[in-house]
Design a protein around this ligand. Sequence first.
Ligand code: NAD
Ligand code: UDP
Length: 317
Amino acid sequence: MRIIVTGAAGFLGSHLCDRLIKEGHEVIGLDNFITGRSENLAHLGNQERFTFIEHDVSNFIEVPDDRVDAVMHFASPASPNPNSPYGYVNLPIQTMKAGALGTLNSLGVARAYNARFLLASTSEIYGDPQVHPQPETYWGHVNPIGERSVYDEAKRFAEALTLAYHQYHGIDTRIVRIFNTYGPRMRLDDGRAVPNFIDQALNGKPLTIYGDGSQTRSFCYVDDLIEGIYRLLLSDEHLPVNIGNTDEKTILELAESINNLFENDGGLTFLPDKRGEGDPQRRRPDISRALKILNWKPTIGLEEGLKKTIPYFQENI
Ligand code: NAD
Ligand code: UDP
């Protein structure tokens, strides 16, 4: 297939490009580097089945080829941390444009070329969930004007638009709801828990915990996620599918694992709680649909995944 990947220079986008090329596809990567890095794609420089175009997908997308078989829309800031310049709270309009106009333009390409389309959605569409674990049938609990709203509402709009293109224009669409994923090529300074903690541990600093650290997440290693997404691309499932790890940990447990793994004596420091601003208290995917439809489940545990991630962070410190 000839596949367009938006957000190709980001953490997930670059791993997705690698996987698609490995499977023998041609890839056209688009990115405007708002949170991504050219280094993430540097190894593809001599790959003849990979083309990169610097482009903001909030603007009309022109494709250089006469054939496109799939469009995978991953372009969007993704970190909630307002202390990072890459956090979507500090890029509010760009985030809403990537989710709204970027999705519209990407769907437009899919329609023009009669290509299949896959949207990278998120567990954030469930907001601060009142149902646990979260099945795809849960409608969510989202504050439309809260700190996270620019991201959550853009992704909710993107899902609705994707389904509208499927139902009205007959586009062959898919929606993946991605739960917290980590691995090499995350920015050390994007403020998300895993890279932030690893950065702090490598520098011998205390790990910063927002609140008492009792809030939970379920962390998925990037290779597991990409496997699930690739299977979804090849499937004919139009309704959203959760992809994520089901091994739920408190943030305190995550921080302690990272301090142990990196032999960091810096300890922990407790900062003001963000739960009043919509930081979800609990998050774990119900992945029964992924198991049934895609025969997918994660295979890499947290400690194994963190160990696979260490060399990248050591080289990039
Ligand atoms: P990332 O910040 O590393 O990657 C996002 C990429 O999109 C960056 O390279 C950025 O420069 C690019 N981008 C943003 N706006 C753009 C625009 N208007 N035009 C062109 N490029 C643009 O983040 P990531 O973790 O790789 O996230 C990728 C996608 O997966 C996002 O859509 C995100 O919402 C989704 N997601 C990620 C996670 C996760 O845990 N990593 C969880 C849920 C959803
Ligand atoms: N978190 C933390 N310290 C940090 C970064 C994050 O305590 O330095 C917490 C954050 O408040 C949230 C959880 O870790 O409760 C996961 O945060 P992340 O930014 O990875 O993503 P989220 O799942 O909140 O979108």
